[in-house]
Design a protein around this ligand. Structure first.
Ligand code: FES
Length: 147
């Protein structure tokens, strides 16, 4: 069996929603300390619905495929539904990733959540902090603070 599914190869070679959104309503950037890969996601949100989403990923093929798939999965969805996106759902939608590449899909889930948290913070919307359990660990907030 091939190491990567056809869907992974498709999203890696033809990634959807690559780019930036100017004046985005939410921006999230996360990084994996071990591999050094970085993923940034931009959201346009109107009436609580994600009307546009773009990403930039400096990382491996699995990270690019995961970001591409994750953006497709949340586009047009209400914020509440996007918050439920899991790395497992991304992996399933990609027809699987090798076990040692699962962390690449975690980066996609974290980037989406980080962008949604940014949207909440920017708009002073109250939210349940337990929805973002790993946020304080990712270190990006610390980097932002230092700027
Ligand atoms: Fe770093 Fe894939 S190896 S995200």
């Amino acid at each position: 069996m091939a190491l990567y599914s056809e869907k992974v190869m498709d999203h890696f070679t033809h990634p959807r929603n690559v780019g930036e959104i100017e004046n985005a309503d939410g921006v999230g950037q996360v990084g994996n300390a071990k591999c050094g890969d970085i993923m940034k996601i931009y959201l346009k949100i109107d009436n609580d619905v994600i009307t546009d989403v773009k990403f930039n990923t400096f990382g491996c093929g699995s990270a690019i495929a995961s970001s591409s798939m994750a953006t497709e999965m949340i586009k047009g969805k209400p914020v509440s539904q996007a918050l439920e996106l899991t790395n497992k759902a991304v992996v399933e939608a990609l027809d699987g990733l090798p076990a040692y590449k699962l962390h690449c899909s975690v980066l996609a889930e974290e980037a989406v959540k980080s962008a949604l948290k940014d949207y909440y913070d920017k708009n002073n919307i109250a939210y349940d902090h337990s929805l973002f359990p790993n946020c304080e660990d990712c270190g990006y907030c610390e980097i932002k603070k230092e700027k």
